[in-house]
Write a protein that binds this ligand. Structure first.
Ligand code: GDP
Length: 437
């Protein structure tokens, strides 16, 4: 081994150590990290690289830790198979399957609600006659989301109910008919037989398998067992909130079955539902942030002339209360707050006001009311000390809030200013008419 190789190997190992540390910090399982190292070593064939002192540079450029981690993780989590595309005004029948308690019924409604917002005309059919209360649950969820539903308390044959429901909603020109089926505690032969019969009678365009993220090692065999009985076209993983590590492991197991994961359930509420895209998911996992997703949302929401100024100030680390106001004002219109903040290259919990979605929303509204009582000078200041006691008292009085509410809002401002400060330099300002990459 000559000196040069030692240097190159050292560069590579430094690089890999950095990758390892970043991954373990991102809570990625040790086995995954080990495999990743092996794979990268295979890719980086040192002997193939051109001779000379620039080897180190080549390694660093081509295999910069971020890019290498990113590419490898994406590769691991991607089935490479496109998922089924729904078409408006063309009826698609989607059948949901999975074990009891996996979150099937909840996900059916979330899926319907998601597509309803996109302009589809969904309908729900409850073909779960096994679990007492399944129909009531679906009915309740469907009513809340204003989605038509079909089911029966009296009929015990799920195949008959499913066929009737699908028939009826086809006549009503629904373009997305979702059939919720029975789940059982385990993979029972009778469950699979019922699924097969249901599929025969409803002829689904897509079968979605719903899987709880906590299932761990059993994921592959479970997905395979379902796949053997019925052709599973896509997977929804539920209960993924705060479980990035489990999600990575699970997705990695299930991609082996070649069914793409299409959505993640992130809570019990209707809007706790995210499209699963490998790249943004990995970005978030690594703390790089789904920058393009965020920019797309923000560009859709903020008028172009305001956007450049806003981003310019953010990129310079000039975070004022007015900027916080503008961000809130625009982001409130574009979707769940948790999803938007989760896209940023910081721990989303650092930016999002604490509490659930509804609570966050009210908090933000309250902060905005208080900011409405501030002077231009106060809004534009980037010095947290500028808001002295008499100013705080005046704002509280003006907005009809308590002093502690104003103090809380100012604390929030300081917290956010710190986080945005960390992102200095991350922001790319799009030119007129250009969508960011
Ligand atoms: P099913 O038996 O498969 O139809 O499961 P359900 O839809 O009834 O869900 C079982 C439980 O899991 C319910 O209490 C749901 O509220 C809950 N649940 C479903 N999806 C999620 C999720 O993504 N996150 C969390 N935290 N709970 C969920």
């Amino acid at each position: 081994m000559n000196n040069e190789t030692v240097i190159d190997e050292k560069a590579l190992n430094d690089c890999l150590d950095e990758i390892t540390r970043a991954l373990l910090k991102a809570d990625v399982h040790f086995d995954l990290v080990k495999n990743l190292k092996i794979n990268i070593k295979k890719i980086v064939n040192l002997d193939d690289l051109a001779a000379g002192h620039n080897k180190r540079r080549i390694i660093q450029q081509r295999f910069s830790p971020c890019r290498a981690i990113f590419n490898e993780l994406c590769k691991m989590l991607d089935t490479g198979k496109p998922s089924f595309m729904l078409k408006k005004r063309k009826t698609s029948v989607i059948m949901f399957v999975g074990l009891q308690g996996s979150g099937k019924t909840t996900s059916c409604t979330k899926y319907a609600h998601y597509h309803q917002k996109k302009g589809f005309k969904p309908a729900l059919v409850c073909a779960d006659t096994f679990r007492a209360g399944a129909f009531d649950q679906l009915k309740q969820n469907a009513t809340k989301a204003k989605i038509p539903f079909y089911g029966s308390y009296m009929e015990s044959d799920p195949v008959k109910i499913a066929a009737e429901g699908v028939e009826r909603f086809k006549k009503e020109n629904c373009d997305l008919i979702i059939v919720d089926t029975s789940g059982r505690h385990q993979q029972e032969a009778s469950l699979f037989e019922e699924m097969r019969q249901l599929a025969e009678s409803t002829k689904p365009d897509l079968v979605i398998f719903v899987m709880d993220s906590s299932i761990g090692q059993a994921a592959f065999s479970q997905a395979q067992a379902f796949n053997r009985s019925i052709s599973v076209g896509a997977i929804i993983v539920t209960k993924t909130e705060g479980a990035a590590k489990e999600v990575v492991r699970l997705v990695r197991k299930v991609v082996a079955t070649k069914s793409p994961v299409i959505f993640l359930g992130t809570g019990e509420h209707m809007y706790d539902f995210e499209v699963f895209n490998v790249k943004p998911f990995v970005s978030r996992l690594l703390g790089i942030g789904d920058w393009s997703g965020f920019m797309e949302k923000i560009q859709d929401a903020v008028p172009m002339d305001q956007l450049s100024e806003l981003l310019q100030k953010l990129s310079e680390g000039k975070f004022s209360l007015r900027i916080m106001y503008q961000l809130y004002e625009n982001l409130l219109n574009v979707g769940p707050i948790s999803q938007i903040f989760a896209m940023l290259p910081v721990n989303s919990a650092e930016l999002k006001p604490k509490g659930d979605e509804k609570e966050s929303w009210f908090k933000i509204k309250r902060y905005m009311t208080m900011m409405d009582s501030m002077t231009n000078e106060e809004l534009d200041s980037t010095d947290p000390k500028f808001m002295n006691e008499s100013r705080v008292v005046r704002v509280a009085r003006g907005s009809g809030r308590q002093l502690r509410d104003v103090m809380e809002m100012l604390e929030e401002y300081k917290r956010q200013a710190k986080v945005w400060g960390k992102m200095k330099g991350f922001l790319k300002i799009p030119k007129k008419g250009e969508k960011s990459a």
